[in-house]
Design a protein around this ligand. Structure first.
Ligand code: NAD
Length: 282
């Protein structure tokens, strides 16, 4: 039976430490602040923003929300980002995705000042990650790396397969795991014979968004399984991409959904806001 990687408990531990750091900044007159831009009415996005607000409250970070109509122009969005870039009391800026199709999200991410880019989506920060330089690492991959560290799972020389190549999870994970000396394979919807790549892996990270996609026959005995996926079943239950019940019997470590990668993602956002507040006040 696998050891369950408890993302909820680890997230709590990191948040307690962040609260201490936040209090310390406040005692120096620095009030760490996150500004979140929400465009339109997407109900899932509203929930994500609400959860970020709660996490900020827990750590003591100020939270400012900018809710924009879905018919906002690109210029209006860019002007808002520029005004937040120049506000001295704002340390982190986050544009909640998705945004409506008529808007250019890449230009928006490019506009967020790199030193306030707490999601790590500005191309400058993506480039720094690629070069192994200190930067804001996007929150989900960063959370996954923290889990490996907490559970002393050494990536060096391990065969590690990532499934999913999104800009926010799969691609930054490649660099994060390479930086830890893993031998990284990245798979996606066009991969032929996915099982060949998962069976050969000491560590599998799955981020595709398909319930019970990873089954026990796809992994090797004793593999470490990280499940990034979030799916809702017809009964309304939250599940990951991994057939947890069966895979758990064969893996050495496994993350649950909920209570695995999810709580770590928001926690690493809090971490990045505190880091930004410190760096902007050095
Ligand atoms: P996405 O939805 O942008 O893309 C999905 C990826 O999966 C693509 O790269 C695609 O090539 C790959 N894929 C799809 N079907 C496949 C198949 N049959 N075989 C191999 N690869 C396949 O990805 P995303 O935004 O990274 O989200 C992935 C999942 O992770 C979603 O369930 C999302 O909700 C979840 N997620 C969770 C967190 C968290 O904090 N836990 C954060 C971000 C995303």
């Amino acid at each position: 039976m696998a050891t369950i990687i408890d993302g909820k408990a680890l997230a709590q531990k990191i948040r307690s430490n962040l609260k201490i750091e936040c209090d310390e900044l406040k005692s120096r007159g620095i009030l760490p602040k996150l500004a979140v831009i929400l465009v339109g009415n997407d109900s899932a996005s509203k929930i994500y923003v609400r959860n970020k607000n709660r996490a900020c409250e827990e750590v003591g970070i100020e939270f400012e929300e900018y809710i924009l109509n879905s018919d906002i122009t690109q210029d209006e969005l860019i002007n808002l980002i520029n005004s937040l870039n120049s506000k001295k009391d704002v340390h982190g800026i986050l544009l909640q995705s998705p945004i409506p199709n008529h808007l250019d999200i890449n230009q928006a991410f490019r506009t967020i000042a790199p030193d306030k880019d707490v999601d790590g989506f500005n191309p400058l920060n993506v480039g720094k990650l690629t070069l192994g330089q200190d930067t804001f690492v996007s929150c989900t991959p960063y959370g996954v790396i923290k889990m490996f560290e907490e559970y002393n799972i050494d990536l060096s020389g391990k065969n590690l397969t990532i499934i999913g190549r999104s800009n926010i999870v799969g691609k930054p994970l490649i660099q994060c795991c390479l930086n830890k000396n893993a031998t990284v394979t990245i798979c996606h919807s066009k991969t032929k014979d996915l099982k060949e790549h998962t069976k050969n892996a000491d560590i599998v990270i799955c981020a595709i968004g398909k319930a019970k996609f990873i089954t026990e026959d796809m992994i090797k005995e004793g593999a470490v399984i990280i499940d990034v996926g979030i799916n809702r079943t017809e009964e309304g239950k939250l599940v990951g991409d991994v057939d947890f019940q069966n895979v758990e019997k064969k893996a050495s470590y496994i993350t649950p959904v909920p209570g695995g990668v999810g709580p770590m993602t928001i926690t690493m956002l809090m971490n990045n806001v505190i880091k930004a507040a410190k760096q902007l006040n050095m």
